[in-house]
Design a binder for this molecule. Structure first.
Ligand SMILES: [Zn+2]
Length: 331
């Protein structure tokens, strides 16, 4: 019996891994990339469809698991797909953490800075790390990653980190992207790719209400969808999260972003601004070389926690699970 089971298990494992490999392919010939909502059924898991596109004459979906908030790319033919409006999708999946998180982010939409979900539940002993990659000519601040890997190698492997990536950063940092993918493929880190807009425009003089994505003439389709397409071209799977450049938005803009099915992520601990990380914090640092102060503070924090990390008393949390817990608590 065992003799038969072994090869069978191996075949099952190979089939289980095929979608993962496909998810990490580089999509170099994307056509007709569009917002598409619906329900994708493939027993035993239901997925929500966020996008649909073609690549080399095959049809693909960007899917989100409404229970775990994890996303993946897969071929449309693997699913029974029912197209729905966004409103219908939100009603059908209203009791899932994903839809609850969207609603919760919308509730925190009035402030000009730091809208969306800006922290997790305090019962978590540790933090969720987000590093922003705004456009920059400087190389990626690799210390963040090498330090995390050396601190967590015995307790948390891969270590989770969310990278908020802008289109212009990706265009100028191919070597850094390859380096990150190597760490990912070696199982050292698990990266959640957060959309940080394409152009990330910023003015030194404009008031906040006309700055960043609130600058007049901003085209949100370009800012959101072109960033996702560039992620896919680079072999990165877009998550269901969005980080506003400068953390600046207004209520209308928050709803524009949730209309793409994306959850805005703020921060209650922007380290370079002197905000301190608490248990459950969504920590913000910049990984683009422009904010060495924040990176220094983060590395200091890691070193101060060395003993707790070794005892698994202080961990890095996946952004998806932090947002999911927070949505379930309905705070
Ligand atoms: Zn930024």
């Amino acid at each position: 019996m065992i003799k038969i089971l072994k090869p069978l298990l191996f075949i099952l494992l190979v089939f289980a891994l095929i979608p993962i490999c496909r998810a990490q392919q580089n999509f170099l010939d994307i056509k007709n990339y569009r917002v598409y909502y619906g329900w994708a059924h493939n027993y035993p898991q239901d997925w929500i469809v966020l996008r649909r596109f073609e690549n080399n004459n095959r049809d693909y979906l960007l899917l989100v698991n409404p229970l775990t908030l994890q996303t993946k790319i897969n071929e449309t033919s693997f699913y029974q797909v029912q197209e729905m409006t966004l409103a219908q999708t939100r009603v059908k999946f209203m009791n899932t953490p994903y839809i609850k998180a969207i609603s919760q982010a919308e509730k925190h939409s009035v402030n000009i800075q730091d809208a969306g979900i800006e922290k997790g539940v305090p019962s978590e002993t540790g933090i969720s790390l987000t590093a922003d990659l705004c456009p920059s000519r400087k190389p990626l601040d690799r210390r963040i990653f090498t330090d995390i890997i050396s601190q967590f190698k015995k307790v948390e492997k891969p270590a989770p980190i969310a990278l908020s990536v802008s289109g212009l950063w990706m265009l100028a940092h191919n070597a850094d992207i390859q380096w990150l993918k190597k760490l990912r493929d070696a199982g050292e880190i698990r990266i959640t790719w957060v959309n940080h807009s394409y152009n990330h425009r910023v003015s030194k003089t404009a008031p906040l209400k006309e700055n960043f994505l609130l600058e007049p003439g901003t085209n949100m389709d370009v800012e959101v969808l072109s960033t996702e397409k560039l992620m896919l071209k680079n072999g990165l799977v877009p998550s269901c999260f969005f980080r506003f450049p400068g953390l600046v938005s207004d209520q209308q803009l928050v709803f524009r972003v949730t209309d793409y099915g994306l959850i805005p992520i703020g921060s209650d601990a922007w380290l370079a601004k002197g905000q301190k990380a608490q248990d459950g914090s969504i920590v913000l640092i910049h990984g683009n070389g422009n904010e060495p102060l924040g990176v220094r503070d983060f590395i200091k924090l890691l070193h101060a926690k060395t003993k707790q990390i070794a005892e698994k008393q202080w961990l890095l949390y996946d952004l998806s699970s932090t947002v999911e817990d927070e949505a379930e608590q309905g705070q």
